[in-house]
Design a binder for this molecule. Structure first.
Ligand SMILES: NC(=O)c1ccc[n+]([C@@H]2O[C@H](COP(=O)([O-])OP(=O)(O)OC[C@H]3O[C@@H](n4cnc5c(N)ncnc54)[C@H](O)[C@@H]3O)[C@@H](O)[C@H]2O)c1
Length: 263
């Protein structure tokens, strides 16, 4: 029970398709570890599905519909945590959308939409969550970036926003340390989640397994266990860091599995 007595808000707690995405896995794991979880998502049915999975295990959670890019919705998510559970200790900003467009193809509208969803949402929910955390004597915020934030990515908007989240986390960490609020980031690599299901052919899986030093594609639970550590007291001296959870992909720098034998 590493989060016993804590109240957590997970923004993007649903899943874009059937199965378990990052926000859903984080919500379920946090509840298993003793947290009361506010599951917020732009899709209420999806947030409610997460909550019913949590309640099915006899744990505590509540669903709320909210668009993280709208200030009043962000406020509503935080208000619900306070109304229902009296405080807010942990905020996880999971929301992120991908758009597969390069410089020549991306429209101004598409650029604005992805920047707002992947970056402004973090700011808006944090803006409302931080005063509540200060009132409670501190807290912790976890932002979800991606390994795509460290290297060039075919999607200009995705790669740009995921890199920005890494430094936004550092800026927030230094800014909020005086209030006893820790801010950290997780950069997952390739995960088998509903978000990527449409592009995960068997051929692609085989190529990925060859590229990932640990020899497997990750799951949302890999992200969730990293989030659990960062949210827990075990990480009480950790702030401003990005924890890469990618099976060694970035460390390998493009070298394929087994290639070292040929060197
Ligand atoms: N799946 C991967 O391989 C992978 C790898 C690295 C990083 N990530 C990151 O993890 C995060 C979640 O990915 P996932 O695969 O679990 O995706 P997902 O699409 O299944 O989950 C994201 C959830 O956010 C919700 N959402 C979208 N826009 C929203 C908004 N404006 N306000 C509130 N909720 C909104 C969606 O309805 C969805 O339920 C993203 O930030 C993504 O970039 C995923």
């Amino acid at each position: 029970m590493r989060l016993d007595g804590k109240v957590a808000l997970v923004v993007g707690a649903g899943s874009i398709g059937p199965g378990v995405g990052n926000g859903r896995a984080i919500s379920i794991l946090f509840a298993r570890e003793g947290a009361k979880v506010v599951c917020a998502d732009i899709s209420l049915p999806s947030a409610e599905e997460t909550v019913s999975m949590i309640r099915g295990e006899g744990k505590e959670a509540v669903a709320v519909r909210g668009d993280a890019t709208r200030s009043e919705d962000a406020k509503g998510m935080v208000d619900l945590a306070v109304e229902k559970y009296g405080k807010l200790d942990v905020l996880v900003n999971v929301v992120g959308i991908a758009s597969g467009l390069g410089v020549l193809e991306v429209s101004e509208e598409e650029w604005d939409r992805v920047i707002a969803t992947n970056l402004k949402g973090i700011l808006l929910v944090s803006k409302h969550a931080v005063p509540v955390m200060i009132k409670g004597g501190g807290g912790t915020i976890i932002n979800i970036s991606s390994a795509a934030g460290f290297v060039a990515h075919p999607s200009l908007t995705y790669g740009t926003t995921k890199a920005a989240i890494i430094n936004m986390t550092r800026c927030m960490a230094v800014d909020l340390a005086k209030y006893g609020i820790r801010v950290n980031c997780i950069a997952p690599g390739f995960l088998d989640t509903p978000m990527v299901a449409p592009i995960m052919t068997e051929e692609r899986r085989a190529v990925l397994r060859q590229s990932i030093p640990l020899g497997r594609i990750g799951t949302a639970w890999d992200t969730a266990y990293a989030a659990l550590y960062l949210a827990s007291e075990e990480a009480s001296y950790v702030t401003g860091v990005t924890l890469v959870v990618d099976g060694g992909l970035l460390a390998a720098g493009g070298r394929r599995r087994g290639e070292e034998k040929r060197l």
